[in-house]
Design a protein around this ligand. Structure first.
Ligand SMILES: *Cc1c(COP(=O)(O)O)cnc(C)c1O
Length: 367
């Protein structure tokens, strides 16, 4: 693409060029079958190879233990907000949630349809700019639910609690961005469109023992056991999304896997946060200890200059940095496929903008 942009959008997110190229070839003719990937049967051996390679890549890249199932679903992470309580709030009609922002709240709202939700802790009192760490999880809860990366507020959980109830985590926006110990979780879910692939696919990694415990009557399409029993092909799966996710995971593996990606992500986040911290014009929104490596939220002391900065950045090919509507300011998302050179362009753009004489009346960092 010669009009290539630096895509800092929060999702659907940037994908590597070679993934887009292979995907577009497959749309025209999949592996010389004479058929488009959009046309091949999900029951064909071609697609069986795709879905099993995708599963194997998830297992290998995240080190998923054998006693976990990998499921491919649709409906986005938002569908998991209700599927989790529908399947798992059983004998204990109550579950514990950590309230760390917009998406946690959406999960809480859905869970309340199925039982009692207890809030372990909330950072609402401070506009969700930090992760609470001091809380208790009652042992009679069906499960504990948390959101590893708060894509809107720009905070991330770096230390997960010890629990004696099943731990469920929404990892939509930081899965594959850093090493995790899957064995610490009982169910992980993620909408694919942040770090895994295109929209239309949801990944669920679930401990088989948790599935065995499900006793409720559940509609088939909301029942993890059905997906597990049918290798995620109870009905037509999102063939193309799974294919592109597989290509993207192949790319990640070739680029050194999750450990290397984590190192690159730390370097990218440090570069941008240092620029913000050293600036007299920009400031970060999240507490330093909890700030996200995936979604960097920041504002300008001169709020009235923010639109001008956005336009300036856009003229340099930088797109997708507008902050979430309720927060304002900026959000730069640094998912795996964003190269550090893109972050350098953004930092340069921030410096150039404030160096410009026209803006000498900026409001500066308070002394
Ligand atoms: C984007 C996002 C969601 C919503 O995902 P959908 O796939 O659009 O439903 C949920 N949780 C987190 C943490 C997200 O970043």
């Amino acid at each position: 693409m010669d009009n290539k942009k630096y895509n800092f959008g929060a999702g659907p997110c940037i994908l590597p060029d070679n993934v887009l190229n292979s995907a577009s070839d497959a749309v025209k003719d999949y592996n010389r079958t004479g058929l488009s990937i959009l046309e091949i049967s999900h029951r064909s051996s071609e697609f069986e190879n795709v879905i099993s390679e995708c599963e194997n890549l998830v297992r290998e890249l995240l080190g998923v233990p054998d006693d976990y199932s990998i499921l491919f679903l649709q409906g986005g992470a938002s569908t998991q907000f209700s599927m989790v309580p529908m399947c798992l709030m059983q004998q204990h009609k109550q579950a514990v949630y950590l309230d760390t922002g917009y998406f946690s709240l959406k999960a809480i709202k859905e869970a309340r349809l199925f039982g009692t939700v207890r809030i372990a802790a909330s950072s609402k009192d401070s506009d969700y700019d930090y992760i609470p760490y001091d809380y208790h999880i009652p042992g009679d809860s069906a499960y504990f639910h948390c959101t590893s990366n708060n894509s809107i507020e720009g905070t991330e959980i770096f230390t997960f609690p010890e629990t004696n109830v099943p731990m469920i985590c929404d990892m939509s926006s930081d899965i594959f961005s850093r090493e995790i110990n899957v064995a610490n979780f009982d169910l992980i879910y993620a909408g694919a469109q942040k770090n895994m692939g295109p929209a239309g696919l949801t990944l669920v990694i679930v401990k088989k023992a948790l599935l065995k415990g499900i006793q409720n009557l559940i509609p088939s399409m909301s029942d993890y056991r059905i997906y597990d029993a049918h290798n995620s092909m109870f009905n037509t799966p999102p063939v193309f999304s799974i294919y592109v996710a597989m290509l993207n995971l192949r790319w990640l593996k070739e680029a050194g896997g999750v450990k290397q990606a984590e190192e690159r992500n730390i370097a990218k986040a440090n570069l941008l946060y240092d620029a913000i911290d050293n600036s007299d014009h920009f400031y970060g929104l999240a507490d330093k200890t909890d700030r996200s490596r995936m979604n960097v939220t920041f504002k300008m002391y001169s709020r009235e200059k923010e639109t001008e900065f956005m336009n300036f950045a856009e003229s340099k090919g930088i797109i997708g940095i507008r902050g979430f509507r309720s927060l304002g300011g900026f959000r730069a998302s640094l998912y795996n496929a964003m190269d550090i050179s893109g972050v350098e362009v953004l930092v340069q753009c921030m410096n150039d903008f404030v160096d410009n004489d026209l803006f000498e009346n900026f409001k500066l960092k308070p002394i």
